[in-house]
Design a protein around this ligand. Sequence first.
Ligand code: AMP
Length: 303
Amino acid sequence: MADLVVVGSVALDSVKTPFGQVAEALGGSATYFAYAASFFTQVRVVAAVGEDFPPAHLALLEAREVDTGALQVLAGKKTFRWTGEYGFDLNEARTLDTQLNAFAEFKPVLSPSLAKAPFLFLANIDPELQLDVLRQMNRPQLAALDTMNFWIQGKREALLKVLAEVDVLLVNDAEARMLAREPNLIKAARSIIELGPRVVVIKRGEYGSLMVSDGSFFFVPAYPLESVFDPTGAGDTFAGGFMGYLAQRGSMDPASVRRAMVHGAVMASFTVEDFSLERLKRLEPREIEQRFETFQQMVRFER
Ligand code: AMP
């Protein structure tokens, strides 16, 4: 089991789906990621929140033994807020409002022990912040990156810089097309590989996910759920399962990477069953194991 550092948003989310809504619930890319990855390995969060961040949310991460030592509470600031909604097509989030708040002036300083962690996840946040953290790290064994339309459109240059220095990119299909400026997903993945990462993981919501790396493809379906309440955080949770599993194994051999994809899909399938982190809070390790086995059954066939 190896240390896994994540930098990303810790947020208060207001979300509306056709099935209900929540106001100022716990969210954020680093939050979903860390919570999911904590089922597999030691996770350490680099982020900032404001004075208004409820201590109970911090306690929730600490209860999973997530190291919050590098999660700064900034005096006089408010916590990052995201407001979004989904229509019946739950694959597409519409952002109504983004307030960076505490992240607008956040300057992370990594301790020597954080800097030598072998696994790094640059979760969705300002690419300048991602680059700052990556540059402070002492050559991680594996660095992965996530991003979204907000940054692809708003900070493309900085994003391309950080992309050039990571091993893996995880994005959804619309983000992959936007980043590569290419409508065909396979071509988009290939042109992203030209930009730096050797592995590209594209998440496609209810249609599953695919991984493209030097000449090979791997596809994982989504778990066939009959009730999906809120897809917020599915991508970050997928990344948490993926990176958490690799950090637990301490390796990147092809078979482990494929199993990591399935663990990503398993973890994401729980997140979408309820709002915020509610389903993850009730999650038992044996349920992860059961769904992993179901995935294996779902895609097994004889020739
Ligand atoms: P996803 O896994 O893509 O559904 O990520 C949802 C999470 O991303 C929410 O909990 C938001 O708080 C967070 N988020 C939304 N917009 C941004 C942004 N521009 N930067 C960082 N995090 C964001």
